[in-house]
Write a protein that binds this ligand. Sequence first.
Ligand code: PLP
Length: 276
Amino acid sequence: MAVKTHTQPGDEVILNRDSHIFTYECGTAAVFSGVQLYPLDGKFGFFTAGDVEQSIRPDNPHHPVTRLICIENTHNRAGGTVWPEKWIAEIRSVADRHGLSMHLDGARLWNASAASSVPVSETASRFDSVSVCFSKGLGAPAGSLLAGSRDFIAKARRNRKRMGGGMRQAGILAAAALYSLDHHMERLKDDHAAAGRFSRALSDLPALSIDLESVQTNMVFIRTLKMKAADAVRLLAEKGVRVIATGPDRLRVVFHLDVSASQTDEAIGVFRDVFK
Ligand SMILES: *Cc1c(COP(=O)(O)O)cnc(C)c1O
């Protein structure tokens, strides 16, 4: 909805190639917005102001019109990594210079803030629009939210209706989202500590590879070196640990409010057993 509201068909959107918008939305940016996505590579899912500068199309009728930059923070597929605030500020300067809009895919923005101590409001202030999910780390049963200027949101409401996203009696979901803000924000640090402890406890196993530097928030991505990820998922599930495969040899393990410290210990034991 944010992409649709910021763009016209034929516009181009700069983002990271592992971003949710590029990877997990079944081509919706093409289908609903008619935009072209310009995916950038980069360690931990980041890109720099210089990368953006080089990707902006010259004003020439052969080219699409560069319109929007999307940043995902934390970046899911890169490991739950936290964007350096300075890089975002530098990208904002480039965007301002070229008249581009910026959208923050902040599904896990509170995790980013808990890890970096940069207030959510500070990061959000650099963007024209921000989306957040209450149903990820914050643990509400459902609910995402898009924030932006009054005009932007008025347009976005029309687009939401067109996409079939309008809801009646949504207050019950809003109440759960408010509850999660009041009660589940402070404890995000516990999930980060658990993810760190879990990944360090497995780092000596030769059957696994974990990039400890990428474990910055509540996620641990694990490369399985001696079995297929799908087989690992099955063996772990048989022992009560449920994780997902995000590639042929890649597992994603997420720590959240329903995983206690003792369950983290148990999961470490199960992993050591399956990958011994
Ligand atoms: C879950 C998620 C979304 C999508 O949220 P919806 O509420 O399902 O639209 C967007 N971006 C990221 C990074 C996500 O993890």
